[in-house]
Design a protein around this ligand. Sequence first.
Ligand SMILES: Cc1cc2nc3c(=O)[nH]c(=O)nc-3n(C[C@H](O)[C@H](O)[C@H](O)COP(=O)(O)OP(=O)(O)OC[C@H]3O[C@@H](n4cnc5c(N)ncnc54)[C@H](O)[C@@H]3O)c2cc1C
Length: 476
Amino acid sequence: MASPTLSPCLVNTPNGHIPASQRIPAIARPFVSDRARETLDLLEKFVEEECIPADAVFQQQLGRTTAERFTNHPQIIEDLKTKAQRLGLWNMFLPKNHFKDQGAGFSNLEYGLMAECLGRSDTANEATNCSAPDTGNMEVFAKYGTDEQKRRWLDPLLKGRIRSAFLMTEPQVASSDAKNIELSIRRDGEDYVLNGQKWWSSGAGDTRAKVFLVMGKSDPTNPDPYKQQTVIALPSDTPGITIKRMLSVLGYDDAPHGHGHVFFDNVRVHQRNVILGQGRGFEVVQGRLGPGRIHHAMRSVGAAEKALEYFLARINDPRKKPFGKQLSEHGIMLERVARSRIEIDAARLAVLNAAIMIDQGNAKDARKEIAEVKVQVPAMLIDVIDRAIQAHGGGGVSQDFPLANMFAGARTMRIVDGPDEVHILQLGRNENKRGTVLLGKIEAQKKKTEDLFRQYNVVQRDPLQLDRRSGSVAKL
Ligand SMILES: Cc1cc2nc3c(=O)[nH]c(=O)nc-3n(C[C@H](O)[C@H](O)[C@H](O)COP(=O)(O)OP(=O)(O)OC[C@H]3O[C@@H](n4cnc5c(N)ncnc54)[C@H](O)[C@@H]3O)c2cc1C
């Protein structure tokens, strides 16, 4: 693959452009192949020069009304998909160690670096067939699907011909604890019958979403609460499904995929559509989320870089001089720039480290690192975008800049795929397991110190010992 020619559009230092492959942190370099480096540079160029300029056109082509925005299918995205495929920028997300034949043959780390580029644009993910929730759903089919399920759904998903949704969350229960999920999946002869409702069904609004992966309760009396759930693949046109409305995210509709509130009324589906087996829903959900969280996190690092670019552009805009000085001459702005730089770089290292750990073992071995990143990165992104918004004044919260929309998306990251608290509590609980052992270690060290005092015949005393008694200090 020839290295792409550079263009002024890509300038990222005062002296010109440093390609993405040369900006890979030192800690990750040994794990990135030459082919991945070349693809990364090509992808960066594609995103900066083709996708980012297309973002606004895509939005406009969607239309204005809710009905239009969830029906129209902008031509520009199909054109981008064709270009991306021609460039070999397609399905980079399926890791090579688990999916030898289906994906583009990159590791989680290599895709992580690419996802950072994708996170800068609204259209880039779909253009390269790397958008959520399809990526996670394709992993489910690739990992757990039967040959028939793969043929029916994985193949067209991999080709970018259809889209999909994952339906777990329900409005009437606390869904961050998946044991609470209530949608009924009842066996009836060769079929299952589904009744209940789901919301926050991302992707369900897109008329191209032809398959819904639905989690529900199939064995409510099973004594093991982790075996009560089943995931089933449902053609989205099955009779009895109603997408009642779409939910907004801080006012944004996120069309055309959107977030649906979906009702199921005696929806009948053949048992061959069950994923992995009845009662194995938890396994499916857990298998789906590990690497997906890294994808989200890396896209967020890219979004943060984009916000910082807007920040830097604004504080150097010669037309904007509050109190006689350009914003970059006000020290507080540079402090915020520096803080953003430090936080983005730290977050990137944490994500890449988690990706390397997944590559070297699996998502289970990297549970701690994935959870850390799931909490750390959204907080970083929110702070970086917030600083950029502040520097833009009123414009920052308006539609004239992408920052407000980015902020809305970033805020959801503290909730989706399990809210912060769930991961923090788990991290805290695991870290705290060392507490008793550490108490013993510290006591043993103290005891050893006392032994050493005796051995060296040194009187042990407090270095700040004063022994001052009342009346014993000489009057001046
Ligand atoms: C933009 C967006 C897209 C989404 N996409 C999808 C999707 O495609 N498919 C899907 O199924 N779902 C999706 N969701 C739903 C999301 O995964 C859930 O909202 C999330 O898991 C939380 O569940 P809940 O909303 O039921 O909140 P609840 O479970 O009711 O939790 C509410 C709050 O309680 C607190 N809390 C929860 N657990 C604890 C704890 N252990 N300790 C202390 N506090 C706690 C947290 O502050 C939490 O935010 C999406 C959500 C958003 C916002």
